[in-house]
Design a protein around this ligand. Structure first.
Ligand SMILES: [Zn+2]
Length: 452
């Protein structure tokens, strides 16, 4: 039997029946990091290294763990030799999602139905490369093969969105998502150069810039924003005064930094409400922890981990300050630290209202939690403390053009969980409701929530 067989991850009969109901539904990938330029220019991958390992810090981390030296990871060794090092690493990744992701990708995109090992690395390399040489395996072809209906990229507010414009007639909707982190992070070295780049030097100009760019993004079909928060900032205070102090070259204290950050988030939130956008808050990464490797390679190369700060109180105060002023948009809260699953799952209920079902969402297992147990923990927390039936489901959060199989992976795990509840007699085998619930989580909730 194939490793990736029809019943992969489906361990009970109800789960199989439920998965059958959702397996062919289109995918809505409402948060990812695909490069719109690569899509618009219909990028052709050089080979299997370029496709699978080119920018994938999840894999780089594990190759390093397996004792692969940096020259074979991000260095300049021959690309087949690097792929071979990955093939040597993969069989040891028992229990790691990379093992499942990779084999789903090999099977669904390239029809390769055997597990990758050093023994067949050359054969797999040749087969994948043969496909990648064809027109239908360029970036646009890979997207068309993925049964994906909407892709939301992640873009800086200053982005011209020229590639999204070029893709206006592409059969899959490629929409921008605004991520205004650089505008908010007054405590980082990138802030001053960013202000210069966008030609802004007063607080009033920042406010105008945000309002203008959100309108511009909305005109280009944007339906949501994304904010990366290493911690949740909350402080009352005068943001303009803090900004002016920064501009005069004086250092800001924590309260001033947070007053500025909070007020920028609030300006954004008010505009999101105006256009019916959803606001995503990704909370809790501890980034760039290895300074030696940061100096050598820069950010996003596999040296990040989970932070363990307290988030509940500030998050509640922040959401409350928006709600009080009627500027709380649809919001999706993600945590990188599973210790906060219950914190977020209970936070939602504080701010739900009758206007939009599931208005405040608990986002799916993110980054280090994007694996079976992480997804299960998130879904169990949500079900125990909230309403999983209104959950907007999975996203790839990926830079890879073949990661759509992660939606398949999620759907299998989600159907297995719900199937288990039914088989254990904790929910009746009422397939009218069950069908509604699994189709909702797999596709329909996201479609309705974001209004694609
Ligand atoms: Zn992301």
């Amino acid at each position: 039997m194939s490793f990736i067989n029809d019943n992969f991850m489906l361990k009970n009969e109800t789960a199989k029946k439920l998965y059958d109901m959702v397996k062919d539904l289109p995918i809505i990938d409402y948060h990812c990091h695909l490069n719109p330029k690569m899509i618009a220019e219909n990028y052709q991958f050089r080979n299997a290294f370029d496709l699978f390992l080119g920018g994938d810090h999840y894999k780089w981390r594990q190759m390093r763990t397996n004792g692969v030296t940096e020259d074979f990871v991000t260095g300049d060794k021959d690309e087949f030799e690097k792929f071979k090092k990955f093939a040597e690493t993969l069989p040891l990744l028992i229990g790691n999602p990379l093992y499942h992701w990779t084999h789903l990708e090999l099977k669904r995109y390239f029809g390769i139905d055997e597990v990758l090992t050093p023994d067949n690395a050359k054969e797999v390399w040749d087969k994948v490369n043969e496909c990648l040489a064809k027109e239908e395996f360029r970036a646009q072809g890979l997207i068309k093969r993925s049964n994906v209906e909407v892709i939301c990229t992640t873009d800086d507010p200053a982005d011209s969105l020229e590639y999204h414009e070029k893709l206006a007639d592409f059969p899959v909707k490629i929409l921008p998502t605004m991520r205004p982190d650089k505008l908010m992070n007054i405590d980082q070295l990138t802030f001053k150069p960013y202000l210069e780049q966008i030609g802004v030097s007063t607080y009033a100009e920042i406010e105008k810039f945000i309002i203008d760019r959100i309108k511009f993004f909305n005109d280009h079909g944007c339906r949501l924003s994304d904010h990366a928060l290493e911690y949740v900032p909350y402080a009352e205070g005068d943001p303009e005064q803090a900004f002016n102090k920064f501009m005069s070259g004086k250092p800001l204290d924590k309260a001033e930094i947070d007053a500025y950050k909070c007020s920028i988030l609030k300006i954004c939130a008010k505009e999101y409400v105006k256009y019916g956008w959803a606001m995503q808050l990704h909370i809790g990464a501890l980034r760039n922890n290895n300074s030696k490797m940061y100096d050598r390679l820069g950010p996003d190369v596999g040296f990040d981990s989970i932070n363990d700060l307290c988030i509940a109180e500030n998050l509640a105060k922040f959401l409350n300050s928006l709600e009080k002023d009627n500027v709380l948009p649809k919001t999706i809260l993600y945590t990188l630290n599973p210790k906060d699953n219950y914190v977020l799952a209970t936070m939602l209920g504080n701010f739900q209202n009758g206007d939009i079902p599931g208005k405040i969402q608990f986002g799916s297992g993110w980054w280090f939690n994007d694996q079976r147990d992480g997804m299960l923990d998130q879904m169990r927390s949500l079900a125990n403390l909230g309403m999983i039936a209104r959950f907007v489901g999975m996203l790839t959060d990926s830079r890879s053009f073949v990661s759509y199989t992660r939606h398949e992976y999620f759907r299998r795990i989600m159907c297995n969980l719900i199937g288990e509840w039914v088989e254990d007699g904790e929910y009746p085998d009422d397939f009218n409701y069950l069908e509604k619930i699994v189709k909702g989580i797999a596709y329909e909730n996201a479609k309705n929530y974001f209004k694609f």
